[in-house]
Design a protein around this ligand. Sequence first.
Ligand code: 13P
Ligand code: SF4
Length: 354
Amino acid sequence: SPSDPDLVERARAAKEKLGDKVFVLGHHYQRDEVIQFADVTGDSFKLARDAAARPEAEYIVFCGVHFMAESADILTTDAQAVVLPDLAAGCSMADMATAEQVAECWDVLTEAGVADQVVPVSYMNSSADIKAFTGKHGGTICTSSNAKKALEWAFEQGEKILFLPDQHLGRNTAVRDMGMSLDDCVLYNPHKPNGGLTAEQLRNAKMILWRGHCSVHGRFSVESVEDVRARMPGVNVLVHPECKHEVVAAADYVGSTEYIIKALEAAPRGSKWAIGTELNLVRRLANRFADEDKEIVFLDKTVCFCSTMNRIDLPHLVWTLESLADGKLVNRIEVDPETEKYAKLALERMLALP
Ligand code: 13P
Ligand code: SF4
């Protein structure tokens, strides 16, 4: 839907008034009405790096979700304030692993006698507490664009990986990129005693996958892949690695949001693509490449926005920018110093991956 011209003008004016004091980051899943005001756009890895690259900006306005804003706070200087335009923009996957549950899991691993062989690898989509746990126990953060490198690094440090909180990214990377088998992976269910696993299962596993998932990407099925192949002969199926293993196995290409954009930029004229990721991004790409005769469709028949990403809309952005321009710091995301110290260690290990 076209943005309200009055709000567009107000956002433009407030941003102009703030000048270099503000730096606006936009994740690829954000609405068009918000993305038009982003100084940079990116996947979660690129945005973590870009946030740290503007030490002179007083305010970092993060158009994305809570864990991204926390990571930006950890990676920016203490003098900079990271602002999330709607505090309710969380991530249901990140909420699937709490600090208490992960501490309990570590006790289970200790009881089973395997904790000293385990290296935690946590997906960026996790709270600062989980990142701090990861840093404290010698592990690293990863995103969907560097998960393979993170697993390779972790297997140099220990024999087993505890992968948090997205079982699908963990399994897909282990099996598709690292040549492991499905039997090398076990699923730890935080809602069951001992994670629902025996000590023997934990001893035999190489990958201990946390039972978390993304409900947006969980909607894609093998049936959606088969349907689109029947409807559009010659279609290339490109999905995000947060999709289920069988969907990734049925697809032609798999990658992060940034990878998806690069693949479509490089695609030949006349090619056809079905994309399995959030709908704001797929629609934007379909429009962008329509002139180049690239046919781009959404992989599923039903619409599939990330509802929390969508909470950041133009009215929230206008309110945020106008408040900052009036000298009122609103919606600041601040990680406490003790958590920050260890979470930063884990994030820096990720940034140092080859
Ligand atoms: P990327 O942008 O890193 O591919 O991640 C997708 C996502 O789900 C962010 O929440
Ligand atoms: Fe979280 Fe999924 Fe939304 Fe990404 S798309 S922010 S993983 S709920």
